[in-house]
Design a protein around this ligand. Structure first.
Ligand code: PMP
Length: 315
């Protein structure tokens, strides 16, 4: 669906997956005006199809669009388009326990611009793909590398926005870490290099006893929807949850470390390497990570009652 400056996005249409045509002068190709989202559709035991908090993705895209000087679809338009995409791809949604249908909404500056300026036209589209595990480790614990040579985001930048231009700059850190046998990179804050930020595509939590801490959303980390949901679930389960600056030195004392994200769920971290130290964490049955993962994935797949109104039945 397309939209010109100051107008609403027109009703979209479904089309077979394929290439899209773009002007070489499109804003997204020249000046990086592109945003994306990620969410999943899950099949319930009874065959119904569920979406998890899709309006949160719509809100995040809207906030991001303001920061990137882009027009954005309304929350209703976004959720309606997601539902239509899911319905049209229903046969691709794996059975319960066998994965989900990943949905990738994209908002692109598609109008032509030569001099630096916001594009005069925007395109909103969604594509879908069945997925299973995000990391090659499957559900096995991750081993992370604390990155000191690259920053993911700087203060007053766009670290809290899901813009495409945040991702290419970290590919080098990520691919280097993977080549060295790590699952992914854990970034530190760019100003002091003393506090945790997040992983390339998920947020980070540490746990000690009944206390859980995660870096506060201070403008440089992505405000994850899984993060926000896990904070609420952990509070309900009786944990003390703190959103604050989490020092890299706290990694030494932590019992558990885990990552949260649409792609990974709540994923255990087995070890973290920082400078020349390798720290190991408790993983497996009976952990806080497992309890939180079981709870959120139960809500997402409809095996645990959704008391919070987080689930939308699509069909
Ligand atoms: N941080 C980054 C940088 C991400 O790309 C993602 C994935 N959207 C997340 C965190 C997790 O966010 P969410 O829980 O909304 O998927």
């Amino acid at each position: 669906t397309k939209c010109c400056e100051g107008q609403h996005f027109e009703e979209g249409q479904l089309s077979r997956y394929g290439n899209i045509e773009l002007s070489p002068a499109a804003g997204v190709l020249n000046y990086g005006q592109g945003l994306f989202e990620g969410t999943k559709a899950y099949r319930k035991e009874n065959g119904r199809v569920l979406l998890f908090r899709p309006e949160q993705n719509a809100i995040r895209m809207k906030i991001g669009a303001e920061r990137m000087c882009m027009a954005s679809p309304s929350i209703e338009h976004f959720v309606h388009a997601l539902k239509q995409t899911v319905l049209a791809n229903k046969r691709w949604i794996p059975p319960p326990g066998k994965g989900s249908l990943y949905l990738r909404p994209l908002l692109l500056g598609t109008g032509p611009v030569l001099g630096l300026a916001p594009a005069p036209e925007y395109t909103f589209l969604i594509y879908a793909s069945p997925v299973r595990n995000y990391f090659k480790e499957g559900s096995a614990p991750l081993n992370l590398h604390v990155e000191e040579n690259f920053d993911r985001a700087s203060r007053r930048g766009t670290g809290n926005v899901k813009t495409i231009s945040n991702y290419a700059p970290v590919l080098m850190a990520q691919t280097t870490a993977k080549k060295r046998g790590f699952s992914d990179v854990l970034y530190l804050d760019s100003a002091t290099k003393k506090n945790l930020e997040e992983v390339s595509s998920c947020n980070i939590f540490i746990a000690k006893g009944k206390c859980i801490a995660t870096p506060a959303t201070n403008g440089t980390i992505l405000s994850g929807i899984t993060r926000k949901s896990v904070i609420e679930i952990a509070g309900d389960l009786g944990y003390q949850v703190e959103e604050r600056a989490v020092g890299v030195d706290e990694l030494i004392e932590a019992d558990e470390v885990f990552c949260t994200g649409t792609a990974v769920g709540v994923a255990p971290v087995g070890s973290i390497t920082y400078q020349d130290k390798r720290m190991e964490y408790i993983t497996g049955s009976g952990t806080i990570c497992e309890e939180l993962n079981d709870t959120i994935s139960g809500i997402q797949t409809g095996t645990i009652e959704d008391k919070k109104g987080w689930i939308i039945e699509v069909d």
